[in-house]
Write a protein that binds this ligand. Structure first.
Ligand code: FAD
Length: 116
């Protein structure tokens, strides 16, 4: 038992979720099958319905209508998701992330070896 564990708040859910989503996108194949591309687009549409912060989910659904998931290859997906995260960053007044660095942050580690 973990009697001191508490429900996640909005920021904790957000941080963990971005970690999962960016990692998943960074490991998505460069040459996905048609089914993998379609399933990944479906995944994000379903994800946006059930994300456990209602105002966040509503805004994310709207953003996805304007910018549907780009699932034709892994790099496109990672950049698409980075741009979606930047839309949320802008809304919250957080710094914009350089999307050219997304694979270093979430898959390969920084070139200076700081994650080794
Ligand atoms: P986070 O924004 O959680 O980022 C975690 C790490 O990701 C950062 O430390 C950085 O290394 C990296 N990172 C930052 N930007 C990018 C990027 N563009 N691409 C790749 N990596 C990046 N909170 C609200 O208050 N209102 C909302 O409407 C809202 N909507 C959300 C919608 C979704 C789909 C998700 C997953 C989260 C949402 N959140 C929302 C939560 C919010 O985005 C943050 O997760 C939360 O505020 C905690 O922020 P943080 O500063 O710890 O860093």
């Amino acid at each position: 038992q973990h009697p001191k564990d508490c429900p996640l708040d909005k920021d904790e859910i957000g941080r963990s979720t971005w970690g999962f989503l960016h990692s998943m996108a960074s490991y998505f194949p460069e040459k996905p099958t048609k089914k993998q591309s379609e399933d990944m687009a479906r995944f994000f549409n379903i994800f946006a319905q059930f994300y456990p912060c209602e105002p966040c989910a509503i805004d994310f659904q709207e953003d996805m209508k304007r910018h549907p998931p780009r699932t034709h290859n892994g790099t496109a997906l990672a950049k698409w998701l980075c741009e979606r995260h930047n839309t949320v960053n802008l809304k919250l007044g957080k710094p914009v992330f350089d999307c050219n660095m997304v694979h270093e942050r979430w898959r390969d580690g920084w070139k200076d070896g700081s994650c080794d």
